[in-house]
Design a protein around this ligand. Structure first.
Ligand code: CAA
Length: 259
């Protein structure tokens, strides 16, 4: 594994690649280098045949308190355009393996946007989500206005982005932003347990389910249903479909081959 400066990576259990943001002194603010490393670590896990699921987390106090304000405060428009640091997030969209975010403490601005780039979210009781860019004279720039609106609806997204107010883990759960709220002692383990459960499923089906669900954000119902149907039929070309159905009929556990 490469030497990172802003993150840590590990494989705590077979099949699970973990990324930990590691700039605690600035509440894991997302510097340019942090963003580069997150995307590169995800792509390494994506390429690894041994990894089935990715988990990303920060520490108890902060998942990430947003883009690094000190790094961008003096920049001009053209410099920001040239850096185009948030465009890098787009590469996360190309990751086919499920990504589970384990969130504790602050998930603000770019931190909330990074969380929303994950496929599922487990949060500790102390997690706080928000888009506070309005308080520093700007606006969400890495998907906040789009993903938050799709996740929790227009009026709630408007309130969060226009007031900069944070919402608690419970509010986020009630609004449908996150999957589960758990005690702070166990939020990472819960995310790893969820990742392990998914890692035990047929890998090709996992991949095509993720692709099909994500497609619903960028296509019509008709286009999405068509993709879903074709992906369903496509899985009948896999050995794992035969294995899964035969195992059911023979009343035994399937042995997946990722083929
Ligand atoms: N960038 C750079 N440094 C940050 C940071 C950020 N986003 N957030 C916190 N820090 C630093 C603080 O400057 C401080 O450093 P020093 O000790 O050197 O002063 C350290 O982290 C600890 O922070 P605080 O002392 O402020 O901690 P707190 O517990 O009192 O407050 C907080 C926590 C409410 C999260 C507060 O730090 C805060 O409001 N942070 C900024 C949140 C924000 O505005 N995020 C949006 C950034 S813009 C963005 O993300 C754009 C986008 O869409 C991609």
């Amino acid at each position: 594994m490469e030497q990172w400066t802003c993150i840590l990576t590990s494989i705590p259990k077979p099949g699970i690649g973990v990324i930990q943001l590691n700039r605690p002194q600035v509440l894991n603010a997302l510097s340019l280098q942090t963003m580069i490393e997150i995307v590169e670590a995800m792509e390494q896990f994506e390429r690894s045949a041994d990894i089935r699921c990715i988990v990303i987390h920060g520490n108890e106090k902060a998942f990430a308190a947003g883009a690094d304000i000190k790094e961008m405060s003096g920049a001009g428009s053209m410099e920001m355009l040239e850096r185009d640091q948030f465009a890098r997030w787009e590469r996360i969209r190309a990751i086919k393996k499920p990504i589970i975010g384990a969130i504790s403490g602050f998930a603000l601005g770019g931190g909330c946007e990074l969380a929303m780039n994950c496929d599922m979210l487990i949060a500790s009781e102390t997690a706080q989500f928000g888009q506070p860019e309005i308080n520093i004279g700007v606006m969400p720039g890495a998907g906040g206005t789009q993903r938050l609106t799709r996740a929790i609806g227009k009026v709630r997204a408007m309130e969060i982005a226009l007031t900069g107010r944070m919402i608690s883990a419970r509010e986020a759960w009630r609004a449908g932003l996150i999957n589960k709220v758990v005690p702070v002692e166990s939020y990472v383990q819960e995310a790893i347990a969820l990742a392990s459960e998914i890692a035990g499923k047929a890998p090709l089906a996992v991949k095509l389910i993720k692709e099909s669900v994500l497609k619903s954000f960028s296509t019509t119902l008709e286009g999405g249903l068509e993709l879903e149907r074709k992906n369903f039929y496509l899985l009948f070309a896999s050995e794992d479909q035969k294995e899964g159905m035969n195992a059911f009929i023979e009343k035994r556990k399937p042995m997946w081959k990722n083929k």
